[in-house]
Design a protein. Structure first.
Length: 257
């Protein structure tokens, strides 16, 4: 078993009799599913744009929120704003996030996004220092990261693969940004989105991609092992794309065309 303590995650607990219904009206996934195992979800703007993503996990009489540390304060403030008079308390939890690959230890949960992302465990115990190249696993499965491929107030979750990553429930009812998300799903064909690309060379995260005719075709993000995650305009993606000094190939181009 290979595992580590995540250095960049924060955990806080939501308690109170209305903790589930409180979150249910806010986030993209069905919080009732978090009674037994973690769910992956996001909070959106009323215009349907991404704000922050996180895991919601069961923990006794509480629900845990596992979020990237850089976004924890902002999420806490926003949830507190929505709380109003609900019987809900939100506070930092004295827990760390252990994550790993291989056979999960007792009390661990499978990562709900993709089996290749291993397991997560919430504990006050100290864990080993980071040792796993999670970027390599993310790139292989085209899984976006908070603040990198997932850009607050710009990204749309369906363009970022939340259906594939089990991060949105289209049957749960209303939540903030639900109307826009539903329209995107039912009334339009996605013309842009995250995709796995082959990368020859390297370019800084955020490098613009140009098509072979010089038109803007997207942005290149995380890269590992000759592959990368790119945000593409599908109608312009194809042979001859470049991102700085890197040459890109989108394997889906032939099928998409």
């Amino acid at each position: 078993m290979t595992h580590e303590q995540a250095p960049d995650r924060s955990v806080f607990a939501i308690t109170g009799s209305e903790r589930e219904s409180f979150l249910q009206g806010l986030v993209t996934n069905d919080v009732a599913r978090a009674r037994d195992a973690p769910v992956y979800a996001a909070l959106l703007t009323p215009q349907g744009k991404y704000l922050v993503d996180f895991f919601i996990a069961p923990h006794g009489e509480a629900l845990l929120i596992d979020v990237k540390s850089d976004f924890a304060d902002g999420l806490l403030k926003r949830l507190t704003l929505y709380k109003l008079r609900a019987d809900v308390a939100i506070a930092p939890a004295q827990l760390g996030v252990h994550r790993g690959l291989g056979t999960p230890p007792e009390g661990a949960f499978a990562d709900p996004r993709d089996a290749t992302m291993g397991w997560r465990r919430y504990t006050a115990e100290a864990g080993p220092a980071p040792a796993i190249d999670w970027d390599a696993h993310r790139v292989a499965a085209c899984i976006p990261e908070t603040g990198i491929e997932l850009v607050p107030e710009q990204s749309f979750i369906l363009e970022c693969g939340f259906d594939r990553l089990h991060g949105v429930d289209h049957r749960k009812g209303c939540y903030v940004g639900q109307e826009v998300t539903a329209r995107m799903r039912h009334k339009t064909e996605l013309r842009k989105g995250l995709a796995s690309v082959d990368v020859a060379g390297a370019a800084p995260v955020g490098t613009p991609i140009t098509a072979d005719d010089g038109r803007a075709a997207g942005t290149l993000y995380t890269q590992s092992g000759g592959r990368g995650i790119a945000y593409l305009r599908f109608d312009r993606a194809g042979a001859g794309m470049r991102a700085g000094d890197a040459v890109l190939h989108w394997p889906e181009a032939a099928r998409a065309g």
